[in-house]
Every structure is written in structure tokens, then in C-alpha cells.
Ligand binder design. Structure first.
Ligand code: AMP
Length: 289
């Protein structure tokens, strides 16, 4: 497994890819868990060369506190990646990614920009930060296919729009969310949950299932679905709700009526941890993500 830190070395290595075959790329912020490893394994199985980046992107956080306290453990991450037979791990420094004088941003407009929550995942700072870093990483790594988890619906929507609008020649593979046995979506920051907080955290997934059960039972009014989800979340006082959304998975625009491709999304804080999760209502057996 080759570990690359410098941007020049990454560029030089990527120049040689053409001869080696297809390149599967998994961008991450490290502190890896099974959710990440599922993406890595898919990249390894489906492409000749697998590349994983680890970069905690300062541009996508509003609060320097969240950035400073983002969990990091490179040696554990590298061990996991080695076991998964990854070919290249790219770990750039923030100083090289954003050198003095850096001033070009990628800003998705349209619905993705208009419907933002004011802070946290999906906010304007987040959207601009993700779009900019992903564009830069695509330029540096030159992948054929990028692998993302469904859990970060905003990230998926941003990347999809970016690829389309900027004619970026990268395929996007979106894989299902990997969960703990009680349904909590795995996440690097779950580690910060206290035992009491961890115990109630699965309410987020249960609320998504409650919404989906109503839809499966033929409820088509989004407000009714939202209300039931909020009521369940409100039973846990440790949960500070950011939002419950009934939206379309492509645009993330709110839907008044449930249609195939409806995504139920929840963002909530429990203690210091900001949780996001979602579930998709396919509306038919032939639906493809
Ligand atoms: P992150 O390190 O949080 O930026 O995540 C890197 C990639 O891993 C993103 O595409 C995430 O959607 C994906 N990911 C994070 N958690 C999970 C999970 N529980 N299941 C599947 N994919 C995940």
C-alpha cells in the first residue's frame, strides 16, 4: 500500500493510472469504520486500482471547534486500509490543499443552495466546502469511479450536481448506509456519544422507519409523515432536533406529496454529536438508486 502526502506526488502517480486500469476512489475524513470499509471493498472489487483519501476538510466546518475536535487516528486507519488491500492512501495537508492565496471556490447554486439549513451538514459553508474539496480531489486523483455512502445525502447530491454541471468524467456509486445492530448509522463522531446518549441515539433510525411505515401504509401527505417522525423524536429529551425533511433524493427539495424517490431525512444533535440519517422510499420494486 502506497501512502502519498504531497500533491505533486499524487498528480504524478495519477498520470500513470491510464496504463493500470480503472481507478476507484473513496474520499473520507478518516477515523474509519465499517461504513467506510464497505465503500473501500467495493472500490477494490470493482476497479483495478483503489485509492482512499483521508482529509478533514477545514473549509466545510463553520465552527473551528468541530474541526479541532474531529477524531483522528491515522495509524488505525492505515491498518484497516492495509487489511482491505487498498493500493493508494492519499493524506494531503491542509497547508498544501489551501495554500496562502487560495481563492477559488466551487459553489453549487439552484435548489441545493436555496434550501440550506443555517448550520451543520448541508449548510452553505458545508456545501461550498464539499464541492470545492471534491473538485480538487478529483483533479488530483483522476478517478474513474467515486464511492459514497447514502448516509450523507447532501454530499451525494452535491457531487452528483458537480459531476453533471462541470462535465467531470467520474462515475458515482452510492452504497447503502451501514448501521449498528440497533439501527444507528455508523459515523466517526458516534464515538463521542456517552453511554446514555448512545442508548437513545437509535431513535433517529426508528423515526425514519416510522415515517416509512406510514408511507408503506399508503399515507401520501408529507406533513403527516413529518409530524409522526417528530413526535417519536420528541419522546427522547436528549435529542435536539435540527430538522426532519421529506424531500426528493436528487434535488433535496421538499415534497408536499410522497412520490417514488422520496427521501426522509433527519438531522439532530445528541450531546456533542451531530447525527444525520435518511431512508429512501422507492415506491416500486424496479427502483434503482
Ligand atoms: P466521512 O469520512 O464522514 O466524510 O465519510 C466518507 C464517506 O463514507 C462518505 O461517502 C460517507 O457517506 C460514507 N459513510 C460514512 N458513514 C457511512 C455509513 N454508516 N455507511 C455507509 N457509508 C458511510
Amino acid at each position: 500500500m502506497r501512502i502519498i502526502h504531497s500533491l505533486d506526488e499524487m498528480t504524478e502517480t495519477a498520470r500513470g493510472w491510464l496504463a493500470g486500469g480503472s481507478v476507484g476512489f473513496v474520499p473520507t475524513m478518516g477515523y474509519l469504520h465499517e461504513g467506510h470499509i464497505t465503500l473501500v471493498q467495493a472500490a477494490h472489487q470493482e476497479c483495478e486500482i483503489s485509492v482512499v483519501s483521508i482529509f478533514v476538510n477545514p473549509m466545510q466546518f463553520e465552527e473551528s471547534d468541530v474541526l479541532t475536535h474531529y477524531p483522528r487516528d491515522f495509524s488505525r486507519d492505515l491498518q484497516l486500509l492495509r487489511s482491505a488491500n487498498v493500493d493508494v492512501v492519499f493524506i494531503p495537508s491542509a497547508e498544501e490543499i489551501y495554500p496562502a492565496g487560495f481563492s477559488t471556490y466551487v459553489i453549487p447554486s439552484g435548489s441545493l443552495w436555496a434550501i440550506q439549513p443555517t448550520r451543520g451538514i448541508g449548510s452553505r459553508v458545508y456545501t461550498r466546502g464539499v464541492a470545492t474539496i471534491i473538485t480538487k480531489l478529483f483533479q488530483l486523483v483522476r478517478p474513474d469511479v467515486a464511492y459514497c455512502g447514502q448516509k450523507n445525502a447532501h454530499q451525494v447530491a452535491i457531487i452528483r450536481q458537480l459531476i453533471h454541471d462541470l462535465n467531470i468524467d467520474v462515475g458515482l456509486r452510492i452504497l447503502p448506509t451501514v448501521r449498528e445492530s440497533d439501527g444507528l448509522a455508523m459515523g466517526s463522531r458516534n464515538y463521542f456519544l456517552t453511554p446514555a446518549e448512545r442508548q437513545v441515539a437509535s431513535v433517529v433510525y426508528r423515526a425514519l422507519l416510522t415515517g416509512k411505515a406510514l408511507i408503506d401504509g399508503n399515507v401520501r401527505n408529507s406533513a403527516e409523515v413529518e409530524k409522526a417522525m417528530k413526535e417519536l423524536l420528541a419522546t427522547e429529551p436528549l435529542v435536539i432536533l435540527d430538522y426532519v425533511k421529506v424531500c426528493h433524493l436528487d434535488t433535496l427539495s421538499a415534497l408536499d406529496t410522497i412520490i417514488p424517490g422520496t427521501m426522509l431525512m433527519i438531522a439532530a444533535s445528541i450531546g456533542k454529536v451531530h447525527l444525520v440519517d435518511n431512508i429512501i422510499w422507492h415506491g416500486g420494486a424496479n427502483w434503482q438508486l
